[in-house]
Design a binder for this molecule. Sequence first.
Ligand code: MLT
Ligand code: ZN
Length: 473
Amino acid sequence: MSNDAQTNPAEAPLTFDNERARARFLDDLRAVVGDEHLLVSSDLRASYETDWTRRWTGSSIAVARPANTQEVSAVLATCQRHHIACVAQGGRTGLVGGSVPSGNQLVLTVERLNDIGAVDFDSGELTVGAGTTLGALQRALSQHGWEFGVDLASRDSATIGGMIATNAGGAHVVQHGQMREQVVALEVVLADGTVMGGASDVAKDNAGYDLSALMVGSEGTLGVITSARLRLVPHYRHRVLSLVGVDTLTTGLELLGHVRRSTHAVAAAEFFDHAAMQLVEQYLAMTRPVRPSPWYVLIECASDTDPTEAMAAGLTGTPGVDDDAVAVALDSPGRQILWSFRESITEAIAQIGVAHKLDVGVAPRLLDQFAHEVRTAVHSSFAHSSVLLFGHLAEGNVHVNVINVPPTDATVDDLVLRLVGSMGGTIAAEHGVGRAKRDWLHLARSPAELHVMRALKSALDPENLLNPDVLFA
Ligand code: MLT
Ligand code: ZN
């Protein structure tokens, strides 16, 4: 599927031609991180060579676990000296094969860069190491009256560095934006080991290009993020969540519109189909608290004044939404139960097979049309497949999960991504491009955009040593 527009921006990195060169490389790395933090044997490397989906797997020369920015810098300088490519890893919760090594490459995990700085109460900012998990950050903030604006079901493994490198979104984008909106400044190590930037606490900085923003969503291809200055959001005293069964996503969007007009406090707007609901009911051994419907919509409101009445006013204004279609949770345990129907979908799918996970986006008004067309197209080519649709309603972000199609058969990926392209949508709304979508990047980016992306890659990583197998075909 390659064409001229999709070739790599630089020559492939040199690889080992003999064992002695490999041994010298490993000795140099040992001198940087210490024997204990250079994992060479296959059993120690194994968990770093397969991603969460199990669809993407590879092998590496070794896994380096640097302790700080200086060691990351020395590891990358060593890679450059030996002309060995390096794949940076966070919590390995990515879903597009973006941090899986392929052969003669080093894995650099940032898991030891997990310092959490003090909260700056005045600015509502703090600095964390790239290997800090989202869960650890949330726990550290819980006593301080601040929260982090992005939340994900994989919070206990996903790292802040990985979330920035993939511009993660999650459930609260509608209120607080993606990772891009949470980043104040970054410290990044470039391909040759140069340390760039710093997690500065200067609140406003408009001196030329926003180099931190450039790193957000760069998937480890332009530099390795080592620490981040993050913007926090207030902890809201009131939170209310509704699960509503609807016949169409258009009705779900109307409902969301009504709620948005009655309150500015909408914090999440999610959807999932009946197949996903049935699967999760089995997985959790729980029964949904609303009548069966083709679709389910979760709307959460959060603010300092109680949004319950405004939420109720919004819900009652939508035709077709009657009482047995609605469940409302006001307290934390109740909200956790309702959220579990949505947040457990990914895990429930992983229990029944290796899915083709196609994270795409269309204009919200096209959601019903897309849902109909994608199901029809996949089923007509793969009669035994199952299609589950869920995602983020306000952004038109659909996670198309197809099971019972062999993981290596990319025909289904091609079919879904071309359909999205034909509807003017994006092939990568939230999870990034990784290896999974690199052959289809041209469906979402113009030749001019691809040219600039390649020029940036060549300028910052001329030897193509940083995560060379992702993004570009
Ligand atoms: C979600 O929204 O649940 C995540 O992006 C995970 C997924 O798509 O499986
Ligand atoms: Zn998602």
